[in-house]
Design a binder for this molecule. Structure first.
Ligand SMILES: *Cc1c(COP(=O)(O)O)cnc(C)c1O
Length: 455
């Protein structure tokens, strides 16, 4: 069946059967995760103490094609293949010769790409006989996705939600509870890590770093419980490659191929999930495709961070990861894209950046929201504030095409919708938002505190 010229959804029968592991096509492997005490590479057994064993195995595996379990495929089929949309109205508005396409991960039941991994992680935990999983969430998209997975596969889910977000985004908490998960504001009195912080400051606003420490502690001290993470790790990126696997087929059905692949980057999973299948093809077939990760200027790990070993949390409980980092103690100035507030970038995304295989750029909150509003008025979908960063760069590249009179093909990831983020848009439209500059002294101090391992 030939798709119409605007939207390409795929026959369910064409839903990809495999996720794609980029290590199979890279010229060199990424640096190993290290044990924080011994500084030795972590093996599968050690990782299985923290993560469900199947996920620990995926974290280290290098086989190119990884079969998607049928129960996960069946759930994916509810909304996947997600639409690949030619943004013709946006093209007309910009008066650009460029062809702009976006992959609508906003179509998932929880509203973002995170569902792709939330379902997979809950499935593997259940298969491994794990009865309870813990995690942290900032804006709530990841917590909601894992809660949905837990409901599908019958695994208990405990979520530590950054306290400010818990207060600012009560509907996300409500969504997690509808799925049957427990959600507590972090720091909480339920863990030693939380108690210690509350003792110092009973009104602590929380941070992702603190919430990670709490979720890890609960997992380590409970029977048959494991910890889950919504981005950054290799197995999470693996699950997200379903996005790029579909897009490869859809672009072919549209009789087109991207010159540029763009995604916003917080921990790196939605960008890499779309980009890696195209990057693998570029490496195998010597294609020259540009891959652009877009981060906020207020939390710019790829463009301003140091490439070195660092912790994933403030308390230093996680393995050491080699990544582009602003320092585990870095706290970004307040901006609304909660999913982009992480201090580090995925080791795999950092590795391909260090190899020169991808580019990175940083944009301001105001510029990204301006692009998001323009996109919503043209294409109808109100994007998540995180996704607005990708849209900004896609629009900027389309305007370069206009200046140069070149009809290039641009593909970007619409990582989620912004239906829980209306306050951000109301504040933006009401003229209440300003760009807070990065605190250079704070960044310098946080970078000065890196553990200094193997750099
Ligand atoms: C979490 C999130 C992000 C950022 O995380 P990545 O791992 O970099 O993808 C981006 N967009 C949305 C909608 C999110 O929920």
């Amino acid at each position: 069946m030939k798709p119409d010229s605007t939207t390409c959804t795929l026959d369910k029968a064409l839903l990809p059967k495999t996720w794609y592991e980029i290590r199979a096509d890279l010229p060199s492997p990424p640096p190993a995760l290290l044990h924080p005490g011994t500084l030795q590479p972590l093996d599968e057994d050690a990782l299985s103490q923290v993560f469900a064993p199947s996920l620990a195995k995926q974290e280290l595996a290098t086989q190119r094609d990884v079969e998607i379990p049928q129960p996960v495929r069946n759930l994916y089929a509810m909304w996947r293949p997600s639409p690949l949309v030619r943004a013709r109205r946006l093209e007309a508005l910009l008066d650009t010769p460029a062809r702009i396409y976006f992959k609508a991960e906003s179509a998932s039941p929880t509203g973002s790409h995170k569902t792709n991994s939330g379902l997979a992680q809950a499935f593997f935990a259940k298969q491994d006989g794990i009865s309870r999983i813990t995690t942290e969430t900032g804006g709530g998209q990841w917590g909601a996705s894992l809660a949905y997975g837990g409901a599908q596969f019958g695994v208990e889910v405990d979520i530590f939600m950054v306290r400010v977000s818990y207060q600012q985004k009560p509907y996300r908490r409500g969504q997690m509870e509808v799925y049957g998960a427990r959600c507590v504001p972090s720091p909480s009195p339920t863990t030693q890590a939380g108690k210690a912080i509350l003792a110092q400051n009973p009104h602590h606003p929380g941070s992702l770093g603190v919430a990670v420490s709490e979720a890890l502690e609960l997992a380590m001290h409970s029977d048959n419980t494991r910890y889950c993470l919504g981005s950054v790790l290799n197995h999470v990126i693996l699950h997200q490659t379903i996005i790029g696997q579909e897009a490869l087929v859809q672009m072919e059905l549209m009789d087109d191929y991207p010159d540029m692949v763009i995604g916003c980057a917080g921990g790196g999973s939605n960008f890499s999930g779309l980009a890696f299948p195209f990057l693998g093809k570029a490496l195998r077939e010597k294609k020259s495709t540009r891959f652009i990760a877009v981060e906020p200027l207020a939390c710019p790990s790829l463009t301003r961070g140091t490439y070195g070993y660092d912790f994933g949390d403030v308390a230093g409980m996680t393995p050491l990861l080699k990544m582009h980092t602003l320092g585990a103690t870095f706290t970004p100035p307040s901006f609304h894209a909660g999913g982009l507030r992480y201090h580090g970038m995925a080791p795999m995304t950092s590795h391909v950046y260090a190899l020169g295989l991808i580019e990175a750029t940083a944009v301001t909150q105001m510029a990204s929201l301006e692009a998001g509003v323009q996109f919503a008025r043209a294409e109808g979908i109100v994007p998540a504030p995180e996704s607005c960063h990708a849209i900004r760069t896609a629009i900027d590249e389309a305007l370069v095409c206009k200046r140069e009179g070149k009809a290039k093909t641009i593909l970007f990831n619409l990582s989620g919708h912004g239906h829980f983020d209306m306050q951000v848009y109301m504040d933006y439209l009401g003229g209440k938002l300003v760009d807070e500059p990065l605190d250079e002294a704070h960044l310098k101090e946080a970078l000065g505190r890196l553990p200094g391992v193997g750099v």
